[in-house]
Design a protein around this ligand. Sequence first.
Ligand SMILES: [Fe+2]
Length: 368
Amino acid sequence: MSSSHNTQEQLARIRAVQARADNPVCKVSGLASIRLSRPDLTEAVRFFTDFGLSCIHNDGNLALLRGTGDSTASVVIERGPARYLGFSLTVDSADDLQRLAAAHGVSVADNHPQRGGQVIVLRDPDNLVVEVMHGWTHLQELMHSEVIPANRPGHSPRINRTVRLDYKHPPRIFRLGHTVMGVTNFVNSLGWYQQNFGFIVSDFQMMDNDPIPVVAFIRCDRGDTPSDHHTLAMGSAVEIGHMHTAFELPDMDAVVAAGVVLNRRKHHHTWGIGRHILGSQIFDYWRDEQGDMFEHYADGDLFDASVPTGYHAFGGDAMHQWGPDLSADMAGKIPSLHLVQTVVSRLRNRSGDDLSFRRLKNLIRHAG
Ligand SMILES: [Fe+2]
């Protein structure tokens, strides 16, 4: 269900943040990887290989995994307490990296030998590690999962051939797509990402009586070159930090087959299969042993820089066009102890924090 034109205009008027920065330090080209720490690398690697990634390095202290089309490891796991540490963005020029380094007073360093090239390490307003990479050693593409051509009315590429899917092995993930985080102060965080990296807001989700958006889906500004509808998304609700990270599979059949394999291997299903509204992708959500959420997706939107920002009402029915009702887990109705502690601490310690009792009540009312 899309918002009416009037609602869009009204939400655009009240929003407290801009849709894109006028003069960003640079424009990043993509998301290269997420960084995690896990107490048991064997268990973590098992989850991600069951999810469809290939492990390319594991020495017991550091594990690297990738999709078939990723040009560098897209999941970097170090041994340590279970945490989401941050992520790595990419820039197309060494000048961009130098400019960012100068703007933040940090040095450009050689990246880990497994990755190559140069890197700078920044901290976002919530202290999340944001690396920016340039000149990394591009990995060769691996063999992709097979895509069986689909017959459609008037277009039948599959003749004398059947559809038989493999439900025994995980379909191979193509690449890392996006990562989503909850932030303490939405205006600060969105402004920081826009001003430093040139991100464009593809869509805002908002409540009708609050200038602070609940969600912003943001994409890379690559001019005429299409970019994923969202490379990052940020939420101003109850969670702080990692909300989920998404990986692309070739098509809907692969998303279904991947789910069958994960179910058989006793992994924890969260919500799906369905099709989102904002981003349009087919989705299926899972949690790993540590409770972090990961998404399989296929067939997402690609926008170039010309597409204007959309404004949409936030609500429980605003997430998907078809699929099962929002699960209790996805809707936050079975909060973890960690989430309860986060909410209590945010409500107690309000300095610069968007969350208040009033906003919490408003969020619950709008979520239905
Ligand atoms: Fe997602």
